[in-house]
Design a protein around this ligand. Structure first.
Ligand SMILES: Nc1nc2c(ncn2[C@@H]2O[C@H](COP(=O)(O)OP(=O)(O)OP(=O)(O)O)[C@@H](O)[C@H]2O)c(=O)[nH]1
Ligand SMILES: [Mg+2]
Length: 672
């Protein structure tokens, strides 16, 4: 049985959940189509999703398509829930990116497409809502080619758009105009094809050859076929289904290899038991198997980068044919719901980790806030509840301020904040307030810096030599650690201690923000080998331990970082703002007052569109001012674009642990 794990992605409200429902109906899984507005779809199953009419968590449903099991993953489109999309991206064989025929390419559409292309995930586009007033597929095709990628091929033509009779006719493969356009797009990215095309090789334009070439290139994410239709009326769905079947590649795991899977969602069952959604890449997992759970390095938590003790699988359900029946085994390519993996978290791998797997595809949350229980007595319960929420969404990055004992979480925006508050109230009975919400900045090194501390040399109190050099690295590269010393110069455990401590320490740079895009090299190393007294026993007071390296590393690293210097960057959004043209004179100055930089302004009839960048910290304020500025007619849409240097004095963040320099004094007393 072939398998296709297919993600449905889009900007909020483009129609992902409605399309999912329509696909399930077309495949015969459901008799009646549920509606988002009535709150009865299969994938928006949470109470809160049904009440608000938006998707908050990704959800899996499956159907059969001519011998292929399609596991469809409906994702949320609101930028506050992008973490849900991030987890899913690693487990997809293909994707459908939905674009509204009315709104066209939106802020989140660009973010998603950029990422899908970077990850080379085979992606079809679907221009939805042809039946709605204002639909214009041709304008949207042009926008897609201009704003997303020119490597797109329109697969058909829309008619009677903007009316309930709107329809979509797929081009026949031998349609001459279609063949020519498709061949031109294909030739653009393939020299051999281009040569054949330019030489007038008649064979290039035959329906069979084009079809084959289109599928091959789509499978490599080099080209993206574009379909159109309506999730509500059902037009265009047959053509899209044929595209999913014929143009997207199925899963290609090795069933006989050692088990390897990834957890992309964690739920709790009715009895509070943890349920891990695992996509298997290779091999299989059987009931009662004991599996190593590996947490990717740098994602925090006790099992960071190391194997947690294997826990036993006590239940398996496998998605197939519209349901998730209990099965004794889950195999390569399939998605299973596994119980029994007690310590598991989203992003963990099961069995053998896949090499080169990236964990972060989008910008991290840009807001942090202190969560305070309304009833003081709920403090303990709140910590526990947030710990459970962090299992389902590690990016909320729960941490406690050592000094003030306050609980901090990281969030993407106001809607996520409301969802967290509602979840805490409804599921845990804890009323909370958010105090002091502020934007999360990052620091980047400005120059190079180096420092070292030698063993046995004052004032170094530790049995360790550590020398570190830091330098700026390519934007987006995060933190890298390399050795300028011989690997054999110390036991591996000491190098591991230094590397882990470097990564931990860089979570709080000179101004208290996480340091990114930095390369760290170890330039000096040294230790005291195990020494024994006459009895030959290990004496901690005379030998180096990993602890010596863990304590010394932050001191050396911070010294090197101070020499290098850092600049604080704040998150900036790209915005798209629509307003009545006559309100521009009020809107633009307000934007500028909030630190926004409009870079394009267009008046279309009585409406105007302004686009540009604005600090993430001010988006909420702009949103609040907008109705007053635009007689309630303004629409703002924004998504993270990049980090930009903070203008004016750099904001600092209070440390959530003790300053390493205090520790130095403390340990000097203890150790000597
Ligand atoms: N007329 C029309 N309305 C549609 C169509 N598809 C979706 N809608 C409506 O658009 C709204 C949003 O649809 P959803 O399916 O919830 O969109 P979504 O992309 O899943 O939204 P999020 O998951 O919250 O990002 C609902 O009111 C739908 O009824 C369509 O093809 N035609
Ligand atoms: Mg949805």
């Amino acid at each position: 049985m072939k398998l296709l794990n297919l993600g449905i992605l889009a900007h909020v409200d483009a129609g992902k959940t409605s399309l999912t429902e329509r696909l399930l109906h077309t495949a015969g899984v459901i008799d009646e189509i549920g509606s988002v507005d009535a709150g009865n779809t299969r994938t928006d199953s949470l109470d809160l999703e049904r009440r608000r009419g938006i998707t908050i968590k990704s959800a899996v449903v499956s159907f059969e398509l001519d011998g292929v099991t399609v596991n469809l993953i409906d994702t949320p489109g609101h930028p506050d829930f992008i973490a849900e999309v991030e987890r899913v991206l690693n487990v997809l064989d293909g994707a459908v990116l939905v674009v509204s025929a009315v709104e066209g390419v939106q802020a989140q559409t660009r973010v998603l497409m950029r990422t899908l292309r970077r990850l080379r995930i085979p992606t079809l586009l679907f221009v939805n809502k042809l039946d709605r007033g204002g639909a214009d597929a041709d304008r949207v095709y042009a926008e897609i080619a201009e704003k997303l990628t020119p490597a797109v091929v329109a697969m058909g033509r829309a008619y009677d758009q903007g009316t309930p009779r709107a329809g979509f006719v797929a081009y026949e493969p031998d349609d001459e105009a279609f063949a020519t356009t498709a061949a031109e797009v294909l030739a653009d990215s393939d020299d051999a094809f281009l040569a054949a095309y330019v030489d007038g090789d008649g064979d290039v334009l035959t329906a069979g050859r084009l079809r084959h070439e289109l599928a091959a290139r789509t499978a490599r994410a080099g080209v993206h076929p574009v379909f159109a239709g309506s999730a509500i009326t059902g037009v265009g769905i047959d053509a899209l289904v044929a595209g999913i079947r014929d143009l997207l590649p199925t899963a290609d795991g090795d069933p006989d290899a050692p088990a390897s899977g990834e957890v992309f969602k964690v739920d709790r069952g009715p009895g509070g038991e943890k349920i891990a959604y695992v996509r298997m890449f290779d091999g299989s997992v059987h009931l009662r198997d004991r599996l190593p759970v590996v947490r990717p390095a740098g994602t925090g938590g006790a099992a960071d980068g190391v194997d947690a003790p294997g826990s036993k699988v006590t239940g398996i359900q496998v998605f197939e044919q519209g349901a998730a029946p209990t099965r004794p085994v889950v195999r390569a390519g399939q998605i299973g719901r596994l119980t029994g993996l007690a310590g598991v978290r989203i992003g963990d791998t099961i069995g053998v980790p896949r090499p080169g797997r990236a964990t972060h595809h989008f910008a991290p949350p840009t807001l942090e806030t202190v969560v305070v229980p309304v009833r003081r007595s709920d403090k303990g319960a709140l910590h526990l509840a947030l710990t459970q929420l962090a299992e389902q969404d590690p990016l909320i990055n729960l941490r406690q301020d050592d000094v003030r004992q306050e609980l901090y979480v990281s969030l993407y925006g106001e809607v996520q904040k409301e969802v967290v508050a509602t979840t805490l109230a409804e599921e845990y009975g804890i009323e909370v307030e958010f105090a002091r919400t502020s934007v999360i900045c990052v620091e980047r090194p400005t120059g190079k810096g180096a420092a070292f501390d030698l063993i046995g040399t004052d004032p170094n109190p530790y049995f360790a030599t550590v020398g570190l050099r830091v330098e700026p690295a390519r934007p987006g590269s995060g933190v890298s650690f390399g050795l300028d010393v011989e690997l054999g110069s110390m036991p591996p455990a000491f190098f591991t201690a230094v590397e882990e401590t470097v990564k931990e320490t860089l979570r709080q740079g000179l101004c208290g923000w996480e340091v990114i895009d930095i390369a760290v090299f170890m330039t000096h190393s040294g230790y005291y080998a195990r020494q024994s007294h006459s009895h030959g026993t290990f004496d901690k007071s005379m030998s180096s331990t990993a602890g010596d390296f863990r304590y010394l590393t932050p001191l050396v690293l911070m010294a090197a970082l101070r020499q290098a210097g850092t600049v604080v960057y704040e998150p900036a959004h790209r915005f798209h703002l629509e307003c009545p043209a006559d309100t521009l004179t009020a809107v633009v100055p307000a934007l500028v007052r909030l630190g926004g930089v409009p870079d394009s302004q267009q008046v279309r009839g009585s409406g105007a569109v302004v686009e540009g960048e604005i600090p993430a910290a001010r988006v909420h304020e702009l949103q609040q001012q907008l109705p007053g500025l635009t007689r309630g007619e303004g629409m703002l849409d924004s998504a993270f674009e990049r980090y930009q240097p903070v203008r004016g004095p750099a904001p600092t963040r209070a440390r959530t642990d003790q300053n390493p320099l205090d520790r130095r004094e403390y340990l000097r007393v203890v150790k000597r």
